[in-house]
Design a protein around this ligand. Sequence first.
Ligand SMILES: Cc1ncc(COP(=O)(O)O)c(C=O)c1O
Length: 465
Amino acid sequence: MTIETRAHDAQALWQKDKDHFIHPFTDFSTFHEEGCDLITDSDGIYVQDAKGNRFIDGIAGLWCVNVGHGRREIGEAMADQATRMAYFSTFNNLSNAPAAELSARLAELAPAHLNHVFYSCGGSTANDATIRLVHYYFNRLGKPAKKRIISRNNAYHGTTYLAATLTGIASNNWDFDTLDHLVTHLSEANCYRRPEGMTEADYCDHLVREFEDTVAEIGADNIAAFIAEPIMGAGGVLVAPTDYHKRMQAVCRANDILYIADEVVTGFGRLGHFFASEAVYETQPDIINCAKGLSSGYAPLGATLISDTLYDVLSTPQGPGGVLSTGFTYSGHPVSCAAALKNIEIIEREGICENVREVGPYLEERLASLSHHATVGDVRGSHFMMCLENVADKQTKALFPVEARVGDRVAFEAQQRGLIIRPVGHLNIVSPPLIWTRETVDRVVDILDAALTATTATLKADGYL
Ligand SMILES: Cc1ncc(COP(=O)(O)O)c(C=O)c1O
C-alpha cells in the first residue's frame, strides 16, 4: 500500500468513524468537528496512528495491554482456537478446553481460598454479575434483606447499570439514572486531600469509623458487600493509607459483609503481582474481580474469582430443576480464554511481575522528580499505576478552572512529543505496558518534563497562571 493510499484510507476511515461510531467517554463538543485519532498499528511499547505518527503508549491501551502490543504468539493462540472451535455454549453442562484450563490456572494464581471462576465479558459485567451472585448467595442463606452494597466516592467499577451505580465518580453519571436503593458510597481514601492537619494514621481511623458508623446506621442485616479497588484508578489513582484495606476488611468480617476486591486494573502484574489484594495489601477478599490484564486486552474477558465458602452455597440447587440461572453467551469464550492462557504464560516466562517490582519504584521516583513544576501538586500511585495531579496553587491545592482543561493540555503536549498519557479532568494518568525498562522511563520523564514546561507556558499565555 502506498503512502498516498494510506492517507486516503485514513481520511475515509476518519469520516466513517465520525459519522457512525458512538464512542464511549467522548467529548462531543470537540468530536463533531475533530472526530477521533485512529490508532492503526502497534508494537511492544509503541502505537502508531493512521498518519504514521509513532507514540510510546503510556496507558497500556486503557490500563490493559500489560504484556505490550503485537504479541504474535497470543494472536496465534487465538487463531488456532478460532479455527479449531471458535465458540460453543458453556451453558447446560457444556464446556471447552481453554475455559477449563484457564479456570484451573486462575485458581492457582489467586489467593488459596479463591478456587472458582465465573466468566463475563469485561470489568463492568464482572462487577454486575458479582452483585447478582452476592444477592443470590444471601437469598439462599435465608438473609434476603442483605442487599445494600457499600462502595466509595470516586470509585470506578464500570458502566452497566449496576456497575455505574457502584461507580462513585459523580460526573460519570450526570443525567444517567442509577439504582440508588442498592448502593451507599463512603468517602474515598484521598491522602493528598485529607483534612488539613490530620496525620495519615488519623485519616485512616476516620475512614474506618465512617464505615463502622454507616454499618450501624443501615444495619449489617441490610448490607451484602463492600467493594473496593486496591488502588482507586480512574477516580485519581488514590493510594489508601497503610492498613486501610485490612481494617475495612475487619469491619466486613465483624458484620457478615462480603469483601469484593475490584482488581480489574491492579490484577495481572500492574502492582508487581498477579493479584494485589493478598500480596500487597494482606487482605483475603471473598471475591476478586479481574478483566483487562487478564487477557492483556487481546480479547474481551472478565472473571469473578469466588471463595470456596460462597461456591458451596451458589452450587447447591434451589430444588429439583433449579439451576444457577445467570451467565452470558460468551462466558468462558474459548478464544478469549486461549488469549488469557497465553498472556499468563508470557507474564510468567518473561518475569513481567518481577520487572514491575524492579522498574516500578524507579518510575515512581523519576515521576516524583517532576514535582518541581509549578503546576504539579501531587505525584502518586504505585509501580505501573501512576498519576500527576495538576493544580493552580500548590500551597492551597486550588484547581484550575475546568475550562483551562489542564489535563488535556499536558496530554496534548506529551502527545506532540511522542507519548500518549491519559487526561482525566485535571489529572494525567500513566499506566503503561508492564514491559517498560528504566531506559523507557527516562525517555518518558524527559518528554513529560518538556510537556509540563510547555503547558505552563500556554497556561500563562491564556491567563490561567
Ligand atoms: C477498577 C475497574 N473496574 C471495572 C472497570 C470496567 O471495566 P470494563 O470497561 O471492561 O467494563 C474498570 C474500567 O476501567 C476499572 O478500572
